[in-house]
Design a protein. Structure first.
Ligand code: ATP
Ligand code: MG
Ligand code: MG
Length: 559
């Protein structure tokens, strides 16, 4: 008891920490450290860590680092950081459950040797192209390699030579001996090990042969005592090989029952979003976005910077659940989860994004008075925010129309509107520049109508607009983000996703925030009438606040 494998691999210490109770749920989240995690990974993280939490189990954080050329420690660090940010933890029950597939290279090699000895693997000296040619198709069986029946001793010697670096990349490979006529192409003698004279970010130059993912993954799961190896649906056809391999390694004494099982679930397809690391890398490398953490990117670092909270992402993932049907999730589902999370918890404030001067001509210059509004309308205990009313105010350009369209209830010449939390005002005039643009609007206030006073309701108006006193307003840069793509399935059916880029995915404007708004990086608000906003965690400073719009208050894309 206690040990799940018979060898004495270098990993014994790492695994000694893993508890041995086979009844407990044990899952793993196994990213390859070759890029930044995206919203699709969040689904996998929430599912694996969530199952462990709900069933009193553990979830292993494992780096599937078997592909030396593409992997890097930078990605490892970024992944650990963002999994923690999402709210999950691999420390706990029985130790620190952080693992690296590269720690198991000795065991994997041991497994390979055992398979050769039992006649279940052989070294094939065909080129990759020759192997492909004999693999067959969906309708046609494959053909045996000329090396398929070579003596065990010969394969053992060659495998050792591969390991010792005596052969160049691509000159030979270790293959399983299963069935070249299997209807499942994955069982037609899959490659287990290939030669790669490449430095690994953790094992350096110790190895020049590296295991294939399909060979490595079941071994990683078995070594860690994983009970539920959960992967996306495209691996369904790999399950027979997963089971074949582990049964062989049990029969030849490397592993013991109970063996792990693979379960599949549908990957997340989110409309207007791309979740392929390769394509996301292209967006970064070709400068279509400012980096992996551009607030328009579906990476977790991008979503974090955009203003998505971990709670909102977890709510979104919980709602998705795990199903086997490969459907598309509408982007608005993600935005809705954000609104639901932020609405009860973030304070309110006012902003003017496209300022237009409103002069209250019957209010004395230099005079001020205090107006106030609840910090949060449903939490009176949070108190009230205070801000001045004065003669010169900023309002939104589109809250004034010289010639109102039908149904426009905001400011128009001769019309009345309430300045929210302030007075009812009546528009008395406006000024245009030579270009015909409206540069100023004039109005008179009705002194008895201040919000919160008995006269507030004495004059009924249909419109209610937000405003900020010009002298006190906090200047800020606003980055108004929208969807990165304007096509709901930007990369479906082999389309060139770059042609689907939304040319208006960001608009930068210089506007104002309500005085007193605390713009520390990462602070979030519901900006009245305009949406949810966050102070950018990278670019915002006290002297130059940079405020991202996370999302509007309502789904503006709904038809
Ligand atoms: P990509 O295709 O973007 O490169 P990947 O699947 O190759 O992603 P890994 O680092 O191997 O990236 O993924 C780690 C885990 O995340 C895997 O278990 C994988 O199944 C899961 N995963 C990746 N993309 C999605 C997705 N869109 N929906 C759900 N799970 C996903
Ligand atoms: Mg992968
Ligand atoms: Mg992939």
């Amino acid at each position: 008891a206690g040990k799940r494998w018979a060898g004495e691999p270098a990993t014994a210490d790492v695994l000694a920490a893993a508890p041995q109770d086979p009844a407990r749920i044990r899952t793993r989240f196994p990213p390859e450290p070759n890029g930044y995690l995206h919203i699709g990974h969040a689904k996998s993280i929430c599912l694996n860590f969530g199952l462990a939490r709900d069933y009193d189990g553990v979830c292993h954080m494992r780096f599937d680092d078997t592909n030396p050329e593409k992997e890097d420690q930078t990605y490892v660090n970024a992944i650990l950081d963002v999994v923690k940010w999402l709210g999950f933890d691999w420390a706990g029950k029985g130790g620190d459950h952080l693992y690296h597939a590269s720690d198991y290279f000795d065991v994997m090699y041991d497994a390979a040797v055992r398979l050769v000895k039992s006649g279940d693997a052989y070294v094939d000296q065909q080129s990759p192209d020759e192997m492909r040619a004999l693999r067959g198709t969906l309708t046609e069986p494959g053909k045996d390699s000329p090396w398929r029946n070579r003596p065990v001793e010969e394969s053992l010697t060659l495998l050792q030579e591969m390991r010792d670096g005596k052969h160049p990349d691509g000159s030979m490979a270790l293959r399983a001996r299963i069935d070249m006529a299997s209807p499942n192409i994955n069982l037609r003698d899959p490659v287990l090990y290939r030669i790669r004279h490449a430095e690994h970010h953790r094992t350096g130059s110790k190895w020049c042969i590296y295991p294939m993912y399909t060979f490595a993954h079941p071994i990683e799961d078995a070594l860690e005592g994983i009970t539920h190896s959960i992967c996306t649906l495209e691996f369904e056809d790999q399950r027979p090989f997963y089971d074949w391999l582990l049964a062989k390694l049990r029969d030849n004494g490397l592993f013991q029952d109970p063996l792990p099982h693979q379960y599949e679930f549908a990957r997340l397809n989110l409309s207007y979003v791309i979740t392929s690391k390769r394509k996301l890398a292209q967006l970064v490398n070709e400068g279509h976005v400012s980096g992996w953490d551009d607030p328009r990117m579906p990476t977790l670092v991008g979503l974090r910077r955009r203003g998505y909270s971990p709670e909102a992402l977890r709510l979104f993932c919980d709602r998705l659940g795990a199903s086997k049907s490969d459907s598309w999730i509408d982007y608005s589902t993600l935005e809705q989860a954000l609104r639901e999370d932020l609405d009860p918890k973030v304070p309110r404030t006012v902003a003017v994004l496209r300022p237009l001067k409103l002069v209250i001509t019957n209010y004395p210059a230099g005079q001020q008075e205090v107006c106030s509004a609840p910090v949060h309308p449903h939490h009176p205990e949070q108190g009230r925010r205070e801000f001045p009313f004065a003669r010169d105010l900023w309002i939104e350009q589109d809250d004034f129309m010289e010639v109102p369209v039908k149904g426009f209830f905001r400011l128009t010449p001769g019309g009345m509107v309430r300045l929210k939390y302030g007075y009812v005002v009546k528009c008395t005039g406006f000024t245009k520049n030579d270009a015909g643009e409206i540069t100023e609007v004039q109005a008179e206030y009705l002194p008895d109508t201040k919000s919160g006073t008995p006269g507030a309701d004495s004059v009924k108006v249909k419109g209610n607009i937000t405003w900020i006193a010009a002298d006190a307003a906090v200047a800020a840069e606003f980055r108004l983000y929208d969807r990165l793509f304007s096509d709901p399935q930007p990369d479906a059916g082999g389309k060139d996703f770059l042609t689907a880029l939304n040319p208006n995915s960001v608009e930068i404007v210089q506007g104002y925030l309500e005085p007193g708004t605390v713009t520390a990086a990462g602070n979030q608000w519901q900006v009245e009438r305009l949406g949810y906003f966050v102070a950018d965690i990278v670019d915002s400073t006290v002297d130059h606040p940079v405020i991202n719009r996370v999302t509007t208050l309502k789904d503006s894309w709904a038809k």
